[in-house]
Every structure is written in structure tokens, then in C-alpha cells.
Design a protein around this ligand. Sequence first.
Ligand SMILES: C[S@@+](CC[C@H](N)C(=O)[O-])C[C@H]1O[C@@H](n2cnc3c(N)ncnc32)[C@H](O)[C@@H]1O
Length: 178
Amino acid sequence: MGKMDDISRGTKCLGAWSHTRDQNGDKKHYNGAFPAGFLKWLKEMSWHYGKVCHLCSGTVEDPDSFRVDINPEVKPDLVSDAANTGLPDESFDVTIIDPPYSKELAKNLYDTEKHFKGIDGFTKEASRITKKGGLIVTLSYQVPKRIKNASFIAVWGIYTIPSVGYMRCFTVSRKGAE
Ligand SMILES: C[S@@+](CC[C@H](N)C(=O)[O-])C[C@H]1O[C@@H](n2cnc3c(N)ncnc32)[C@H](O)[C@@H]1O
């Protein structure tokens, strides 16, 4: 871990849901979608740049990013367990992980409980596919365990208006450049 004082910390309040459109062009939201304004905030904070990969992508709308999800219905670029993608080492500047936050939510929202892993089940793969000096971003209920060869640079609480659940824990770690 870097020096504690150097870690960006705070709470951020965002809109409850980012929206996507169904095939009729009608606005809808995907269960567990990023809060509205989340990606814009990431860019403002310089935590979203270059080649971006979303692990457990859902229906996120992030042009030019690479999306990995186990559910083919969300039409990801790669249908795969995000803990074992087969993607080349060190190919992304930023890897963002937004998995189901509990086994119960995995079952009730996505029918993916047999693939459930806590956030720590995805960080090793995220680190593998992230370039040295790049960022690993997590959103879940917990601070992940420290990622090998990476240091936390930000840990924030994220809540929404209107409230749609518990406050989420957002972290950014930088992969060591050595
Ligand atoms: C919280 S949602 C992500 C929502 C996304 N951030 C958005 O804005 O739409 C979690 C996603 O993880 C997917 N998922 C669950 N287990 C997975 C696994 N082991 N590997 C890859 N995707 C998984 C689910 O299909 C679901 O789309």
C-alpha cells in the first residue's frame, strides 16, 4: 500500500441508474447498472483513459471499451467468466470490475450464482490483463484485498439518489511499473 495520506478518499453521490435502450429505442436500466454519471466522474478524476476493459460488464455503454460478461444476452465483446478471460497479458490501461455484490444478488438478478466470486475472485485476472502502470477499478460492497504488485490510489463510498441499495465501495489500484 502506498502512503495512507496519498490515497484519494471521500464519498460521492450520483444518480441511481445509468440507462441503456432496448431494441425499440425505449430507455430502460439493467439491474445493478453503474450509477448515472459514474463514467463521467471517472474521466474527470483521470481514472478512465486509453484502452478500457469492463469485467462483468452488463450492458454498460462505454464506446471503444472492451466488455466481458458471462451472460451472452448483454452482447459483450467476449462471453466468458471474468476470472479467466484468456485475454492477452497487459493489454489494457484501465480494467473496471463490477461483479454481482453477493451470491443472493447473483442468483436473483443474473442467475449466475454458480459463477459467483467475491470481488477478490476477479482482481488477479484484472491485474494480469492490465498494463504496468495501469489502473484496476473495483465496485462492490467491500474493499478488495490488496492486489499483488498494485497499490491503492483511491477508496471512495458511492451512494445514490434515489437510494436503490447499500452504499458501494469504489477503489482504484495502480499496477506497479517495476
Ligand atoms: C452489477 S452487474 C454489472 C452492471 C454494469 N456495470 C452496467 O452498468 O450495466 C454484474 C454483471 O456480472 C455478470 N457476471 C456475473 N458473474 C460473472 C462472472 N463470473 N464472469 C463474468 N460476468 C459475470 C452478470 O451477468 C452481470 O451482467
